[in-house]
Write a new protein. Structure first.
Lengths: 752, 165
């Protein structure tokens, strides 16, 4: 930390050369610590009204009556929007023409298909009047029995899981592998429904101007949101301007525009005035996605040396009754451990819930906790140390496909994390360690992994005759540090000190930066920025090398270097000139160029691309009361090139603490009679607070990857959860001798 | 609803207001006075994003009706820095990366100011963690927050010693 601070306190020009790799503090830091960062709900256009949702208190049925007169009679209420007067849409909100298009509840009828579904919108002069108006609607329902729980309906095999992956896959024959095994284990693990619960509730501030729309709303994918709204309202995407400079957290729940956000747009259309609509916390437990529950059964066979002969991973999950998202939990077994036979399969039930969605490490997090628990059980069954067992089954190629890894520094992660943690002194048997206060102490580990994904993005680069540069891309910062990391990539791409670079993002009128999701935003938009920078430098070099008056004349485009706002001859760095000189000689105030970021299909075909990590956990358990505390976490991660170690470490910390949350805290509890969520609030839906997180350490393991992309970036946003939750469960076993099989781990499971 | 007259001094500025008795201090700040730095995360006193200081004490402004604080001194995140010059707590939050998305940050900083004023936490990280556990950070920047509080307290203590000398 001391080194980082001293580096950071130097002025940028003193650092020389690369911005990439520097632990810069956040460029948006000043705004965020002074209250100056404007999030969507902080906007207030003139004449704005407040819209408040009324939501269903049943899980299934229909709305039989709403007292709209009572609501309208309340002072300040301007209008009540119900299915009867909701403005028309250009397409059916239940239409779906691609897997990324989710069905929305936009008051298309009186049907209720999950609790907290929107059933009306009250629009008023004040928030208080709108809130009271919504309460006065006093809905009456005709309710049907709710379908609840993973056995609550007939199961089926979905057509695809995750983003369209096969639900059932195998290589080799697991039954043969299991038969030939010397040791076998079989175990079933359950994970609960979880809700993203970003600190910022979904919010939208909308103003219509004829057929043009001005919108402030948090979005992890501006262009997708723009396209979806354009389709729903039958207007051109370019007539919709969405600003999302800061998201107050996303975690997947702001990846797609949600029903309530669109209802805000409809409300503004209905009343002909700007409208603000902000979800109440409890209203976020339904229409904005969640992580589906799973029940996973793993069977593993091992030979006499502790080598896996078979992995069979089956996951039951759930989607809504009206749309498809199936948590691809079993796919976690595709990439981590070598085995001659691997089979993964999914089935699902349809329940009266909102549609589940991507939630930080969708599939990977749920699958990992089961896989890492089972691997621990397998190691114990073989009488082996869990680290030794993982190394014995280390995958030299991707197990499911046989493809080589583009890079994989997992052995180094294991080594560094184990050493820092002090793993070597761990007793093999459980329940042998106690601390000075008599608490049962346990050590566990897990392997972390997440695919290195890339999507599509574009950027625009400008060099100006005053020697400064501009980089534009509609990137989204939900806390990962896009404002800073992308400015660093832009500075290097433009060959400028970062202080000379203006970086614009977070707005739909900028080039499409794709989605901030799948841990792929830095790689994807970063490559667009990098390529736009290279393209504009190439144009600049053309101007210089083709002009006799330039010291670079005749150097050829390949023969120049860009650094610190100057071009140099590669073969003679004493010869160079500044960007400003080149542009002024050419009589130009600025030049621009565009760049794209996308996965490389050839290397995609050849290599398996994943980030990896190892996480070690210490827990202490009260021997009398079963209370569990995670006292120490050490993770080591290798995820290609690190753009900014300060920000990357924060991403790992955040992910690892989500791992604590997965293991010990989070669970949405559904009332079996009504189908309603019983703990739809931040007091009873537990997420970690500061006191839950005593000591977390994240080590950044060096890894060069020449294949993922030219910058060598993988992704860091989601991997931290994987491995961690399992490591904690394994530590609880090591402390107590009780194997956690359902999550979050409950005190009562450790007693008795 | 009949509005009631109240006076509040917010960040040193006196405001004479007519307020609907249903209006919370949080909504008054955000929706009437354009002091949107204070955030609404839950509106139920469960997340701490709306923390402000009222007469020097930290409170959840979502649980406070504006009319019940007639005459109070209110400090919000907008009143913490002196122009471009950050308060040591704010500077330390940046230096230690004590936030990610930034939505809970105004509340974390106001809660930190309250905690320091209470003089209970000292330099014990465990007590700081406990004392700030009413402020949820879903990004989980907790480690950086605790480091920031420790450093800011040292800076403030140093400044106090200089003033005393």
């Amino acid at each position: 930390m001391t080194l980082e601070l001293s580096l950071n306190q130097q002025p940028a020009h003193a650092r020389q050369g690369s911005s990439i790799g520097q632990p810069l503090t956040r460029r948006d830091g000043f705004l965020k610590v002074t209250g100056g960062a404007r999030y969507a709900a902080d906007n207030h256009p003139p004449g704005m009204l407040y819209a408040v949702l009324a939501v269903s208190s049943i899980a299934r049925g229909r709305v039989a009556a709403l007292d709209t007169e009572a609501a309208k009679a309340h002072k300040g209420v301007v209008e009540v929007m119900t299915p009867k007067n909701r403005p028309a849409l250009a397409i059916d909100p239940d239409a779906k023409d691609n897997p990324f298009m989710f069905r929305l509840d936009l008051l298309q009828n009186d049907q209720v298909r999950y609790p907290n579904q929107s059933i009306a919108v009250v629009i008023a002069e004040t928030l208080e009047a709108a809130t009271e108006g919504a309460a006065l609607l006093s809905p009456r329902y005709e309710a049907l029995p709710a379908r609840v729980g993973l056995d609550g309906a007939k199961s089926f095999v979905p057509r695809g899981v995750g983003i369209g992956g096969p639900a059932v896959q195998h290589k080799g024959d697991v039954e043969t592998g299991l038969r030939s095994a010397k040791t076998r284990i079989e175990a079933t693990y359950e994970t609960p429904a979880q809700y993203h619960n970003a600190m910022e509730p979904h919010a939208i501030v909308v103003a219509w101007d004829g057929d043009r729309l001005s919108i402030d709303t948090p979005s992890q994918g501006l262009a997708m949101a723009q396209g979806r709204i354009a389709g729903l309202f039958g207007i051109a995407p370019e007539n919709i301007h969405i600003r999302s400079p800061f998201l107050g957290g996303g975690f997947g729940s702001k990846g797609m525009i949600s029903g309530p956000q669109v209802l805000g747009i409809l409300a503004a259309r209905l009343v002909g005035r700007p409208v603000k609509l902000v979800l109440r916390r409890e209203q976020m437990y339904g229409p904005v996605g969640h992580r589906a529950p799973t029940r996973q059964t793993l069977r593993m066979g091992m030979d006499g040396e502790g080598r896996l002969t078979a992995i069979d991973h089956h996951a039951r999950t759930a989607s809504s009754t009206f749309d498809d998202f199936f948590e691809p939990a079993a796919d976690a077994s595709h990439t981590l451990y070598a085995s001659p036979a691997i089979a993964t399969s999914h089935d699902a039930v349809r329940l009266d819930t909102g549609t589940p969605l991507f939630m930080r490490a969708p599939g990977e997090a749920t699958g990992s906790i089961a896989l890492e628990s089972a691997i621990d059980e397998a190691a114990h069954a073989c009488g082996m140390d869990p680290l030794e067992f993982r190394l014995r089954n280390y995958a030299e190629v991707e197990p499911m496909t046989g493809k080589p890894f583009s890079s994989k520094a997992l052995r180094e992660c294991y080594r560094q994390a184990a050493e820092t943690f002090g793993w070597a002194s761990r007793p093999l048997q459980p329940r042998l360690m106690r601390d000075a206060d008599g608490f049962l102490t346990g050590w566990g580990m897990g392997t972390a992994t997440f695919p290195a994904l890339m999507f599509q993005a574009e950027a625009r680069a400008v060099l100006r005759s005053d020697g400064s540069g501009l980089m534009e891309t509609g990137a989204q910062d939900m806390g990962q540090g896009a404002w800073t990391a992308f400015a660093q990539i832009a500075a290097d791409g433009l060959g400028l000190d970062i202080d000379r670079v203006e970086f614009r993002a977070g707005s739909s009128d900028l080039p499409n930066a794709g989605i901030a999701g799948g841990s792929g935003h830095t790689a994807t938009a970063g490559m667009a920025i990098h390529n736009a920078g290279a393209a504009v430098i190439a144009r600049l070099a053309d101007l210089a090398t083709g002009n006799e008056a330039s010291p670079l004349f005749g150097a050829g485009n390949e023969g120049v270097l860009a650094r610190g706002g100057r071009l140099y001859r590669r073969d003679d760095e004493s010869r160079g000139e500044s960007y400003a000189e080149i542009l002024m000689r050419a009589g130009l105030t600025e030049i621009e160029a565009h760049g794209k970021g996308a996965p490389d299909p050839a290397s995609q075909e050849t290599y398996a691309k994943h980030a990896h990590g190892a996480v070690f956990a210490e827990v202490k358990v009260d021997p009398d009361f079963g209370q569990i505390r995670v006292t120490r976490l050490v993770g080591a991660f290798a995820a290609g090139r690190v753009i900014n170690p300060r920000l990357v470490r924060s991403q790992y910390y955040g992910g690892m603490i989500w791992g604590i949350s997965f293991a010990l805290h989070e669970e949405a509890i559904t009332d079996r009679r009504s189908g309603r969520i019983q703990n739809a609030n931040l007091a009873e839906y537990h997420v970690p607070v500061n006191a839950d997180v005593p000591s977390v350490e994240a080590l950044l393991v060096h890894e060069d990857d020449p294949y993922v992309n030219a910058l060598g970036i993988k992704g860091v946003g989601e991997i931290g959860i994987t491995g961690t939750a399992g490591a904690i469960a394994n530590a609880v076993w090591h402390a107590t001798g009780v194997r956690p099989r359902r999550f979050p781990i409950r005190i009562e499971d450790l007693l008795g | 609803m009949t509005s009631l007259p109240i006076t509040l001094t917010i960040n040193g500025h006196r405001h004479e207001l007519e307020v609907d008795p249903r209006v919370t201090l949080l909504d008054l700040l955000r929706e009437r006075l354009d002091l949107t730095g204070t955030k609404k995360g839950c509106d139920r006193g469960q997340c701490g994003a709306c923390t402000v200081l009222v007469d020097g004490k930290r409170i959840n402004s979502c649980l406070a009706l504006a009319v019940s604080h007639d005459g109070a001194q209110v400090l919000t995140i907008e009143g913490v820095a002196h122009g471009e010059e950050l308060h040591p707590v704010q500077a330390a939050f940046i230096a230690h990366d004590g936030f990610q998305c930034g939505f809970c940050t105004p509340g974390q900083i106001m809660s930190t100011l309250g905690l320091i004023a209470e003089g209970q936490a000292g330099d014990d990280p465990e007590r700081i963690r406990e004392g700030l556990s009413g402020n949820i950070c879903r990004c989980a920047a907790y480690g950086g927050i605790v480091e920031a509080v420790l450093e800011a307290q040292q800076q403030l203590a140093k400044a106090d010693r200089r003033t005393a000398a």
